[in-house]
Ligand binder design. Structure first.
Ligand SMILES: Nc1nc2c(ncn2[C@@H]2O[C@H](COP(=O)(O)OP(=O)(O)OP(=O)(O)O)[C@@H](O)[C@H]2O)c(=O)[nH]1
Ligand SMILES: [Mg+2]
Length: 284
């Protein structure tokens, strides 16, 4: 898959993060629970490795819960405290767990200090950084949006007496290396739709589902059987849903957009595309 996923503003954000890190005591690195490995930006990983860091797995409501547990364990064995956090429908206990983990990492945070602790929130586009901040503060202070690229500049937000958070724009890295990483990032919504072929990405996702859970396709789209070929699946699904071009041919682009939307909203089921133990295959 060939996409232009590294526009100039991402290089600018990297510089911003490097600069702000000096002022920060803690890093919240956000990764998507559906792709806990592929959504970790190796450049950010390197930049932030020397700071106390908490890995937040976002959108756990869309991921396979068993896999999420496995991934949290994997990160734990690597010495990275990792938590799942549902920023949209999560309860108070998720917030308490985050705050407890912060307190464990920063000794005596509520004690007498000349200034509040500062944490920078980093991660790929659309992973849920601004939603995470809003959930922690209980207010809609950071702008959120369905499409990647919502946050454009830095914004400091106070959570409580002793903690301030910095929201940053999402960043990817220049060389995705393995095509699978690109497909996973595109399928989960981290890459702007204008820069990749929806049909190609939906085709990859359909083929993943055909291998891992064909039942999900059958049930969602009412298919008696799943055709053996990815293109045939899009054809059958598009026809079934009446997504036709003038003249009666199936509109593959609209069908692909629908399949991607269904996956992103969890309508196909909760699928984690990264499997612990499988390498991610890009240049780290
Ligand atoms: N289902 C679900 N959706 C979430 C969750 N967290 C965030 N979202 C959704 O993900 C989308 C992106 O959220 P944002 O908070 O804007 O993401 P961001 O990382 O700040 O994005 P950029 O600023 O573009 O880098 C929004 O539509 C959110 O509602 C979650 O835990 N579960
Ligand atoms: Mg944002």
């Amino acid at each position: 898959m060939s996409v232009h996923w590294y526009p100039g503003h991402m290089a600018k954000t990297k510089r911003l993060i490097r600069e702000q890190l000096r002022l920060c005591d803690l890093v919240f690195e956000l990764a998507d629970a559906r792709i806990p490995q592929s959504s970790r930006n190796p450049v950010l990983n390197e930049l932030t490795a020397h700071k106390p860091r908490i890995l937040i797995l976002t959108k756990p409501d869309l991921a396979d819960p068993t896999r999420t547990g496995e991934w949290i364990e994997v990160f734990g064995t690597q010495g990275i405290p990792a938590l799942k956090f549902n920023a949209v429908r999560g309860g108070e206990s998720g917030i308490r767990t985050v705050m407890r983990t912060v307190r464990d990492l920063l000794k005596n945070p509520a004690g007498n200090r000349p200034r509040a602790y500062r944490a920078v929130t980093v991660g790929i586009p659309n992973v849920g950084k601004s939603s995470f901040i809003n959930r922690l503060t209980g207010q809609r202070v950071a702008q959120t949006g369905k499409a990647p690229g919502t946050t454009r500049g830095k914004q400091w937000i106070r959570v409580n007496r002793w903690l301030e958070l910095l929201d940053t724009p999402g960043t990817l890295w220049p060389k995705l290396g393995s095509p699978a990483v690109g497909f996973k990032l595109a399928a989960t919504g981290a890459i702007r739709e204008e820069v990749f072929s929806r049909e190609e990405v939906a085709g990859w996702l359909v083929s993943w589902l055909m291998h891992n859970c064909p039942r999900a396709l059958r049930q969602r789209y009412g298919l008696p059987a799943v055709p053996g070929d990815t293109a045939d699946v899009l054809e059958v699904v598009g026809r079934k849903r009446g997504l036709l071009l003038p003249g009666g041919k199936v509109d593959h682009d609209r069908t692909a957009a629908m399949v991607l939307k269904d996956y992103r909203e969890g309508a196909l089921g909760r699928f984690t595309l990264d499997v612990p133990g499988e390498g991610r295959g890009d240049d780290e």
